[in-house]
Design a protein around this ligand. Structure first.
Ligand SMILES: [Ca+2]
Ligand SMILES: [Ca+2]
Length: 276
C-alpha cells in the first residue's frame, strides 16, 4: 500500500513538471549581429568585434536613418528646363535707312543682327492671344483694340491699330495670374519709327494702384508722371521689342506711348505676353 502511494505521488510530480514545461516555453529575445568597425577614411572598414543587439533596436535605428534621408518637400532649387522663347517673327517690311532720327536723345545703336535666343522655363506660352483689351482710346482712328492681340503681327495694310495723339495706353487682361517671362510688342514696323514715352507695366491690380512692376520706361523727362525712364529709345522693327518680365506674377499688362518721330499718333500691330 505504501509502495503504491509513493508510486502515485512520484507520477503526479512528473505530470505536474511536464505540464508546467509545456505551458510556459522559454522565449528567447531575437538578436542581430552588429559589426563594430574602425572608422577610417582611406581604408575599407575593419571589423573589430561583433555584438548581439536586439532586432527591435536595429530596426529602430534603420527607421531613423530612412526618415532623415527622405526630404519632406521638393528641393527649392530643383532645375526647371529652360527653352528658347517660342516666338515667331513677322515678315520684315522695312528696308533702307531710318529717317528723321536727328535730335532723338538716348537712342540705342541700330542693330541688323537677329535677337539672341531668349530663354524661358518650359511650358511658357503666349497668354495674351484673343484676351480682352481696354484702352485710353476705345474708338481708335483705324482698327479696333482687339486687333492688338489677334495673332496678326504683319505690317500690312489694315493690320495696324492707330490711337489718337497725346499719351495713350492699352491694358491686356490675361484673366488669371501667371508667372510672366517676356512681353513682346510691335508698334509699327512698315517704316522704321521711334516711339516716345514707351512704358511697359504689369500688375495683379486692374487699376495699377498697388503691386505694379515697371519693366520698361524710356520716358526720360517723366512727362507721363510714372517716373523718369532709364531705358533707351529704339527703332521699331519686325523683330519687335522684347522686355524681360523675370517670372513676376501678374494678370494685367499695360503699355504706354506718346507719338513717334514721324507723327503724333500711337500705334500697335501686336502685343504678346509670354508666361505660364
Ligand atoms: Ca494684330
Ligand atoms: Ca516724355
Amino acid at each position: 500500500m505504501r509502495n503504491v502511494l509513493f508510486l502515485s505521488m512520484a507520477m503526479l510530480v512528473v505530470m505536474v513538471t511536464n505540464g508546467c514545461t509545456k505551458k510556459t516555453p522559454v522565449q528567447e529575445t531575437p538578436t542581430a549581429t552588429v559589426k563594430v568597425e574602425a572608422a577610417s577614411k582611406e581604408k575599407p572598414p575593419e571589423v573589430l568585434s561583433e555584438v548581439k543587439v536586439p532586432v527591435a533596436e536595429v530596426k529602430a535605428e534603420i527607421k531613423e536613418v530612412v526618415k532623415e534621408a527622405v526630404p519632406t518637400e521638393p528641393a527649392k532649387d530643383a532645375k526647371v528646363e529652360m527653352i528658347p522663347l517660342p516666338l515667331e517673327l513677322p515678315k520684315p517690311m522695312f528696308v533702307g535707312t531710318p529717317e528723321n532720327l536727328a535730335g532723338i536723345e538716348n537712342l540705342e545703336a541700330d542693330s541688323k543682327k537677329p535677337r539672341a535666343p531668349f530663354y524661358v522655363p518650359q511650358g511658357t506660352k503666349n497668354l495674351s492671344l484673343n484676351k480682352t483689351v481696354s484702352s485710353s482710346e476705345m474708338d481708335p482712328i483705324t482698327g479696333t483694340v482687339d486687333m492688338i492681340v489677334d495673332g496678326n503681327k504683319e505690317a500690312t495694310e489694315g493690320s495696324v491699330v492707330e490711337l489718337g495723339p497725346f499719351e495713350q495706353w492699352v491694358v491686356i487682361d490675361l484673366e488669371d495670374e501667371y508667372e510672366l517671362y517676356a512681353i513682346v510688342f510691335w508698334h509699327f514696323h512698315k517704316t522704321a519709327r521711334v516711339y516716345h514715352d514707351v512704358v511697359v507695366q504689369i500688375s495683379t491690380d486692374s487699376e495699377f494702384i498697388t503691386d505694379v512692376a515697371t519693366l520698361f520706361n524710356n520716358d526720360m523727362d517723366n512727362s507721363l508722371g510714372l517716373g523718369v525712364g532709364q531705358d533707351k529709345h529704339y527703332i521699331d522693327k519686325a523683330k519687335g521689342r522684347l522686355v524681360d518680365a523675370k517670372g513676376t506674377k501678374a494678370r494685367y499688362v499695360r503699355l504706354w506711348s506718346q507719338a513717334n518721330n514721324q507723327n503724333d499718333y500711337s500705334h500697335y500691330v501686336e502685343v504678346e505676353v509670354y508666361g505660364r
